[in-house]
Design a protein around this ligand. Structure first.
Ligand code: C5P
Length: 232
């Protein structure tokens, strides 16, 4: 898969999601379904959006014992999503079990990427709450390398970290980066942001964009602008 813009469909219901997606009549964007929508609507929302012709990043951030991950991932692979994810903190053994579960009998599988440290975790909370004392950048890179060694395809990271992740894990290791804003747009609650153009320059493989598209007066135009800046 090449570079693409993934729209974060952070809506509370299927109705709102379909009303949003109905606006895209020509090109069918890659969409991200998160916990809120998935827990509200269940797997049927995934089947329906897939049937409408969209690629899907199912952002459920799984984290459990290896055996449970293996079984849960087998279910997700049957849902025919394109990307799914887990927490690298579950350890290498958990990630390897996840890959095993995700791989279909014919050898194909959705892409699997890891969350390293959440961007809501900072050095202080990591030290105090998790008793991890290494510098957070080092922790993020270590988790990324561990994910690569387990056979995963990439990580979710800040666009500011994408270059470093590629340097540490190889150019083909995917970086999927939220925290994207237009140069003339609202930053909202995101702290460290980049424009789609900057994200392209720094080497992000996929950008995840929510409100700059979903809350735009013309979401289709905002999406097209994003694709033009990021993909070219
Ligand atoms: O609306 P906005 O563009 O900020 O949406 C970004 C999306 O990426 C949201 O779904 C958010 O949960 C997700 N995300 C993020 N930062 C992370 C991980 C995920 O913004 N570190």
């Amino acid at each position: 898969m090449g570079k693409d813009v993934i729209i974060a469909c952070d809506f509370a219901s299927a109705e709102k999601t379909y009303a949003f997606l109905d606006q895209f009549t020509t090109r069918k964007p890659f969409v991200k379904i998160g916990m809120e929508l998935f827990y509200a609507e269940g797997p049927q929302i995934v089947r329906e959006i897939k049937a409408r012709g969209h690629k899907i990043f199912l952002d459920l951030k799984l984290h459990d014992i290896p055996n449970t991950l293996k079984k849960a991932m087998a279910v997700l692979s049957k849902l025919d999503v394109d990307i799914c994810n887990l927490h690298a903190a579950g350890t290498r053994r958990m990630m390897e079990a996840a890959i095993e579960g995700l791989t279909r009998p014919d050898g194909t599988r959705p892409l699997l990427i890891a969350v390293t440290q959440l961007t809501s975790t900072d050095q202080e909370s990591m030290e105090k709450d998790l008793l991890i004392h290494a510098p957070i950048d080092q922790v993020v890179m270590h988790y990324a390398q561990c994910a690569r060694d387990a056979g995963l395809d990439g990580v979710v990271c800040s666009p500011l970290e994408a270059g470093k992740v590629h340097a540490a894990c190889g150019e083909t290791f995917l970086t999927v980066t939220p925290g994207v804003r237009f140069a003339d747009g609202d930053v909202g609650d995101q702290k460290r942001v980049m424009t789609p153009t900057q994200a392209r320059e720094i080497g992000s493989d996929y950008i995840v964009v929510g409100r700059p598209i979903t809350a735009a007066p013309d979401p289709v135009a905002a999406y097209e602008r994003c694709v033009k800046e990021f993909v070219g």
